[in-house]
Design a protein around this ligand. Structure first.
Ligand code: ADP
Ligand code: UDP
Length: 238
């Protein structure tokens, strides 16, 4: 497999074409951003940690029957994935209230949500990723009704798998964001799952172990991501 041209560079990852038109290389960079790109910093080791963390989580999800774009890890910071036509919708499940829902609905951070909520946001930094509903997705043609159902079902299935996985490491999966795309007519999980795109709290102390450490200037961001990985039995190479 040969890495060719840069297809696009996002805020945290760069995507390259390969000699196989169905495959892409994703490079996880150290760049970290929050508030739709308004706060930015490069954090040592983060690209490597997120690439290897994501690889382990995608493998765990595949074993539980969730179709993903992940093919294999190529190096400390690079992975090979299936090339998807991305659906520009971020799917978010929340088990505990935190972040934007606290501001939007005036609820207390830490409130247990029963059942967990499902929300969708349009992936558009210029608009600040506005919240949208199923009708927006259908009316504007971002996805078909069956594709929306598949995204929702897979997002909840990921919750069942990952809530347990993190709890076994004494962590609470507070919320997370997933992105999906279409590969040969099928909706499958794309992008990444890492502490950059979810909230994880220590089960006993409720200490934040995710990107909120960066958003809120709490420090030790990558150290916390590494601790999450270590608790799940991962080790990292740099
Ligand atoms: P952002 O676009 O939010 O700045 P990233 O820096 O993570 O995010 O960039 C990665 C980009 O690659 C995102 O736009 C994401 O939707 C896209 N992407 C992720 N997985 C795939 C895939 N398998 N095929 C095509 N594009 C993908
Ligand atoms: N999230 C993300 N990318 C985004 C927006 C949100 O990965 O562009 C994740 C975020 O890390 C959290 C979840 O989705 O785990 C819910 O985010 P929220 O709506 O609370 O927004 P925030 O306050 O984090 O911007």
């Amino acid at each position: 497999m040969e890495k060719r041209d840069e297809l696009y560079a996002g805020k945290a990852k760069s995507v390259f074409t390969t000699d196989d038109p169905d495959k892409l290389v994703i490079v996880f960079r150290n760049d970290t951003s929050a508030f739709d790109g308004k706060k930015k910093e490069a954090l040592d080791r983060k690209g490597a940690v997120n690439n290897q963390f994501n690889a382990a989580i995608m493998e765990a999800l595949r074993k539980e029957g969730i179709p993903t774009h992940f093919e294999k890890r190529l190096s400390a910071t690079e992975s090979l994935v299936k090339r998807l036509t991305m659906i520009p919708v971020e799917c978010v499940v929340r088990n505990i209230a935190a972040g934007s829902i606290v501001r939007r609905l005036g609820v207390e951070e830490g409130k247990q949500l029963n059942p967990p909520t499902f929300e969708m946001f349009l992936k558009d930094d210029a608009l600040g990723d506005p919240m949208i509903n199923e009708y927006h997705v259908r009316s504007f043609g971002w996805a078909e009704p069956e594709q929306i159902e598949t995204m929702k079902a897979l997002t909840f299935k990921v919750n069942e798998v990952l809530k347990k996985l993190f709890l076994d490491g004494d962590m609470l999966l507070v919320d997370y964001k997933l992105e999906f795309g279409v590969y040969k007519g099928e909706v499958i999980l794309g992008d990444e799952f890492s502490p950059d795109g979810c909230r994880l709290w220590d089960r006993n102390t409720r200490e934040k172990m995710d990107k909120d450490r960066f958003r809120q200037g709490l420090g030790n961001v990558v150290e916390a991501y590494e601790e999450v990985g270590h608790r799940l039995g991962m080790s990292f190479e740099y």
